[in-house]
Design a protein around this ligand. Structure first.
Ligand SMILES: [Zn+2]
Ligand SMILES: [Zn+2]
Length: 436
């Protein structure tokens, strides 16, 4: 705590010349970095199938003098630079792409195809912008390697697979990320943002992203002829009641000040107009921040499904079957101390107009798993806006009029995202690893 306060004081003395020099150095790297970015964008790889990307990046950081270990947690890369006494800082970038058919019209748009775990073929796109994360990761490694005389401590650069399927962070931890490599005191990451203009940094103190639970609900009934409902227990009517009643978990049962979402994203039943089927299948995504709200929602789904089945007269041996898929995703928490410190640091460096407090969101991210593995550490993931200024202004700053992350049309202003994020990461690292 003490150290961070001192660091805030020290930061305000950063000279404009030093800031200009860092910015100039990054801009000098940009042509080469943009070539890498376009190449990564054109060749995206699906979650837990990242092979080419980590291989290429591992070779690059090895050239910079990092100790590089590949295949950590299947396809992850850990690159360590030990540079004297001081704290250990982990900087993470996720590298997987999504099963999306790109429609940005960019000259380097992806034409890649991949195979999903069920064997189906799909187009693949970096629709979440993880290609900006990977490029920034290398750019930051370059800056830190070339500025070794300006910091002291250890940097652990982590290239993580499988963020989109929630398997990458836990996989790397299970493969000894915190035991085989220096254990971090500080954890940092960033994500490109479709909700901020290009070059603006957003920081959310506290809970930033949500718990995610994926729930399958099989609602059973008694099938029969559509003209003789009295001989059946109609699972479509019952499942419809369940869908409606589930919304009361959010609107009536939990504290209105605690965020939560219960979405039924899939409802499948039946084959033909005049047949009452024997079952209906529902697929739910359930979001929350705190463990208490998470429990309330999951217990409530169980109770409402069973209660509605009893009300419909379904026999005891045909009660709804509920499966909560494992592993579930956990909320990402930005520790107050580091997120507040970075807000001051970035405001001093970039100017107040380029740093905003972002609201927490109900999307999910597995970066928080690194902090959950040891909650005594300081951790922050921040946003770097990617919406081109002209598009942002044309939409009047209304993000609902713009493509979101995961959209086939999401084309961040990559050069601004990468240069801003690299500068922010480097400034944060130089500050955390300041020579005493
Ligand atoms: Zn994503
Ligand atoms: Zn993402």
């Amino acid at each position: 705590m003490k150290k961070l306060l001192l660091l805030v004081a020290a930061m305000s003395s950063t000279t404009p010349a030093a800031a200009a020099t860092l910015s100039e150095a990054i801009h000098g790297d940009m042509p080469q970095l943009m070539t890498l970015y376009r190449e990564l964008h054109a060749n995206p790889e699906l979650s837990m199938q990242e092979v080419r990307t980590p291989g290429k990046l591992a070779a690059e950081v090895r050239k910079l003098g990092f100790e590089v270990t590949e295949h950590v947690g299947k396809t992850g890369v850990v690159a360590v630079m030990r540079n004297g006494p001081g704290p250990v800082l982990l900087i993470r970038a996720d590298m997987d792409a999504l099963p999306v058919h790109e429609e940005t019209g960019l000259p380097f748009a992806s034409k890649a195809v991949g195979k999903l775990p069920d064997g189906t073929t799909t187009p693949v796109m970096h629709a979440c912008g993880h290609d900006t994360h990977i490029t920034t990761w290398l750019a930051t490694a370059r800056r830190l390697a070339s500025m070794k005389d300006q910091w002291s401590g250890t940097v652990v650069m982590v290239l993580q697979p499988g963020e989109e399927v929630g398997l990458g962070a836990t996989g790397m931890l299970a493969d000894g990320l915190f035991t085989r490599f220096p254990k971090p005191d500080y954890l940092l990451a960033f994500h490109d943002s479709a909700s901020l203009p290009a070059g603006v940094i957003g920081i959310t103190p506290g809970y930033a992203l949500a718990n995610i639970d994926t729930v399958d609900l099989v609602v059973k009934g008694v099938g029969g002829h559509g003209a003789y409902p009295q001989t059946t227990k109609d699972p479509i009517v019952l499942a419809s009641r369940i869908v409606m009643a589930l919304q009361t978990l959010v609107s009536r049962e939990k504290n209105p000040l605690d965020p939560a979402v219960v979405t039924v994203g899939s409802f499948h039943a039946g084959t033909k107009h005049n047949i009452i089927p024997a079952e209906a299948k529902l697929q739910l995504t359930v979001r929350s921040y705190t463990p208490e709200v998470r429990k309330l929602l999951l217990d409530g789904i169980q109770r409402i499904a069973r209660g509605e089945a009893i009300a419909a007269g379904v026999p005891e041996d045909k009660m709804p079957m509920i499966t909560v898929q494992q592993p579930a995703g956990n909320a990402t928490f930005n520790t107050e101390q580091l997120s507040a410190h970075l807000t001051t640091l970035f405001s001093n460096h970039f100017g107040k107009d380029r740093v905003v407090e972002s609201k927490p969101i109900m999307a999910s991210e597995d970066f928080g798993e690194f902090w959950r593995a040891d909650k005594t550490k300081q951790s922050t993931i921040f946003w770097v806006g990617g919406v081109p200024k002209a598009k942002w202004e044309a939409a009047g700053g209304d993000e609902t009029k713009l493509p979101s992350l995961h959209s086939a049309f999401w084309a961040p202003e990559a050069e601004t995202v990468i240069s801003t994020a690299t500068e922010a990461m480097t400034v944060a690292a130089l500050d955390i690893l300041k020579k005493s």
